[in-house]
Design a protein around this ligand. Structure first.
Ligand SMILES: [Zn+2]
Length: 119
């Protein structure tokens, strides 16, 4: 997804894994544009309603999928991810966290593909 695809107030999900034959993740609300330092690109500040100490995190738009709006871009992305992932975990009956994301000390969410060595 691109940065312009999202607006403050949008409900999004950060997909984290597979559970019972479906994708699962954390639902969050888009708050405001914010610089995503791990990728040096435009990101979004998100509010996690169950976040506790990490109520606000900054995510890259490509980590995000719309929850509230069933828009074609997000549906295509979801389908592709399902086709790729669900067969791998077809026998899993528990929640599988694929471990794609970590959070930096500055509450920046980082995908494993974006973690840079030594920074
Ligand atoms: Zn969308």
């Amino acid at each position: 997804m691109t940065h312009a695809h999202f607006r403050p107030g949008d409900q999004v999900v950060i997909l984290k894994g597979v559970a019972g034959g479906e994708l699962w993740g954390d639902a969050m609300t888009v708050v405001t544009p914010s610089w995503h330092t791990p990728t040096d690109e435009d990101g979004w500040r998100l509010r996690d309603p169950n976040g506790g100490q990490q109520t606000f995190i900054t995510a890259h738009p490509r980590y995000m999928v719309h929850l509230s709006r069933r828009c074609p871009d997000c549906l295509i992305y979801l389908r592709a991810l399902e086709d790729y992932l669900l067969p791998k975990f077809a026998d899993a009956h528990t929640e599988i966290d694929c471990g794609w994301y970590s959070t930096t000390a500055l509450n920046q969410l980082v995908h494993i593909a974006d973690v840079r060595g030594g920074r």
